[in-house]
Ligand binder design. Structure first.
Ligand code: IMP
Ligand code: MG
Length: 205
């Protein structure tokens, strides 16, 4: 039956956890898989369960911060077993490309009005925390009923501001990582796992 995927094929695909077959061209750049696809999905399932319990009867609006959060948003939203609306914001940091300055430019604003809503901001990673800090201030000014953050990753010990992130997937060392939405020079976002890159990979681009 052409065009149909056999169940055995799907199982095979899941059994190869570390390097997805569709991403062979990325393999030579990957140094180490830090978090596998299965570990990410398991963690998001747990976060989805917690969020489901915490938001029963509330007016949940999920806000993803583009571009990085588009992958975590898509999976997390399906582990939340409640009615929820989704919206996205795109931001860019002013200043040098590799360092967050803390001053954020809004490239795409929300379609929703936040007043009275229970807002959950979904982030891929909290690094210095400056982007998130700016966003939270901005969003608080729109008078939501509640405002919390869910971040798949948080780098340990390098936040330059105090941030209350209610839902954190994994604490990771402060190294540069790619995959599962996170990019280096716009690549690697479509890897289903989180990995570090070989030093050559930075030079190649
Ligand atoms: P922050 O303002 O320093 O917390 O980080 C802002 C943004 O930088 C994140 O939302 C990511 O888009 C990006 N970023 C931070 N660390 C990494 C990384 O290790 N890999 C890829 N992107 C990162
Ligand atoms: Mg981001």
């Amino acid at each position: 039956m052409e065009g149909l995927i056999a169940l055995s094929d799907v199982e095979d695909a899941v059994i190869v956890p570390d390097v997805a077959p569709h991403a062979e061209a990325y393999e030579r750049d990957i140094e180490r898989v830090l978090i596998t696809e299965a570990e990410i999905q398991q963690k998001l399932r747990e976060l989805g369960d917690r969020i489901t319990k915490d938001y029963v009867g509330k007016d949940l609006l999920l806000i993803g911060v583009l571009k990085g959060a588009f992958v975590v948003m898509a999976d997390l939203a399906r582990y939340i077993r409640l009615p929820a609306e989704t919206d996205f914001m795109a931001v860019a940091s002013y200043g040098a490309a590799t360092k967050t300055s803390g001053v954020v430019r809004i490239l795409k604003d929300l379609d929703h009005d936040l007043e009275g809503r229970d807002v959950l901001l979904v982030e891929d990673i909290v690094d210095s925390g400056l982007t998130l800090n700016y966003l939270l201030k901005n969003l608080r000014g729109r008078r939501p009923h509640s405002l919390e953050v869910c971040a798949l990753l948080k780098k340990t010990g390098i936040q330059r501001v105090h941030l209350d992130v209610r839902y954190v997937g994994f604490e990771i060392p402060p190294d540069f990582v790619v995959g599962y939405g996170l990019d280096f020079a716009e690549k690697f976002r479509n890897l289903p796992y989180i990995a570090t890159l070989k030093p050559e990979a930075y030079a190649n681009t």
